[in-house]
Design a protein around this ligand. Structure first.
Ligand code: BJW
Ligand code: ZN
Length: 261
């Protein structure tokens, strides 16, 4: 399918030195990872606000762990899609390309992206809420209840609750990742918001920061969102279709990073 991109968009991209892309669950949808505010069997009966909070975890760690175990299983069995691959290709085309993701699925790195800022953590890591030890997924055994920390301190097992290393509602997101993201947004020439509903803060303020600082704001989504009216361009469609088309269009135009042909 061929896609038409406006001359204005192509001009802004060709002139751009610094690009920031913010991604959300929509970019992984075509890989088979369910979005948050969509349909996914039994989990669609829970709102993210009911599972992705410390309160929910303390009240019912088993339920929250079942949700994460379900998602870990999906993520381990699927592959990055054409949208992830296109973003990795775009990183090579520009002087600076910062990929900021709200996703915890690691698919951007698996697709080859190098500069990835993870605002909401990574599902491949877990940590002990008592002693802070980090555990890979294969070091965590999910029994009834929730996994417990088996680190020994003076001969005694720590026994703290182990949780996924992700950001839940009400928690501060990783400060270094946030600071770098906000700084990148402030100096972006073009900002792409891709596959996110744009309702979760502070991530949702990044496009606003970029726009206020003079960036050309481009949204890629299958549906309009709260951001669409503010965007300079709304590219309607699946990221796995729109991004490869944009990449192909750019390929013939940009000779080397920052060089106008
Ligand atoms: C496609 C597609 C295809 C589909 N192609 N597109 C009032 C005002 C402002 C803020 C707050 C407030 N009350 C509370 C807050 C703070 C709160 C917040 O923002 N709440 C809002 C809901 C109102 N934020 C926080 O608590 C954050 N921390 C914080 O603010 O700390 C300071 C603080 C401390 C104490 C008290 C108060 C403040 C932390 C937020 C953490 C979010 N965590 C989660 C879970 C992460 C772990 C996990 O994955 O399990 O992050 S929730 C969930 O939402 C997840 C996502 O990253 C995030 C965003 O979702 P996303 O990616 O946008 O997905 P969807 O499903 O919503 O949208 C998918 C989109 O794709 C749709 O638009 C589709 O159309 C599209 N799409 N297929 C292209 N093929
Ligand atoms: Zn521990």
């Amino acid at each position: 399918m061929s896609m038409k991109f406006s001359n204005r968009l192509m001009e802004r991209l060709i002139e751009a030195r610094r690009i920031v892309a913010l991604t959300g669950a929509g970019v992984s949808a075509e890989s088979g990872v369910p979005t948050f505010r969509g349909n996914d069997g039994i989990w669609s009966r829970f709102k993210p606000e009911e599972l992705a909070t410390v309160d929910a975890f303390m009240k019912n760690p088993q339920l929250v762990w079942e949700w994460y175990a379900h998602r870990k299983k999906i993520i381990a069995s699927i592959q990055p899609n054409a949208g992830h691959v296109a973003l990795a290709r775009m990183e090579e085309m520009f002087e600076q390309f910062v990929l900021v993701t709200q996703n915890i699925d690691n698919l951007h790195r698996r697709a080859g992206s190098k500069t990835v800022l993870e605002l909401h953590g990574n599902i491949e890591r877990n940590y002990c809420m008592k002693c802070g030890s980090i555990f890979a997924n294969d070091e965590v055994t999910i029994q009834a209840g929730a996994p417990r920390c088996e680190k020994k301190y003076e001969g005694l097992s720590c026994d703290g609750l182990v949780r996924p290393d992700v950001a839940w509602f009400g928690e501060l997101i990783p400060e270094d990742q946030w600071k770098q993201s906000a700084r990148a947004a402030e100096s972006a020439d073009v900002f792409l918001s891709i596959g996110t509903s744009g309702v979760v803060y502070p991530a949702a303020s990044l496009p606003l920061i970029a726009k206020r600082s003079g960036a050309y704001l481009v949204e890629v989504n299958t549906e309009r969102t709260a951001l669409s009216d503010l965007a300079d361009e709304f590219l309607e469609g699946a990221s796995g279709v729109v991004l490869p088309a944009l990449c192909d269009r750019l390929k013939g135009t940009i000779r080397s990073p920052g060089t106008i042909v």
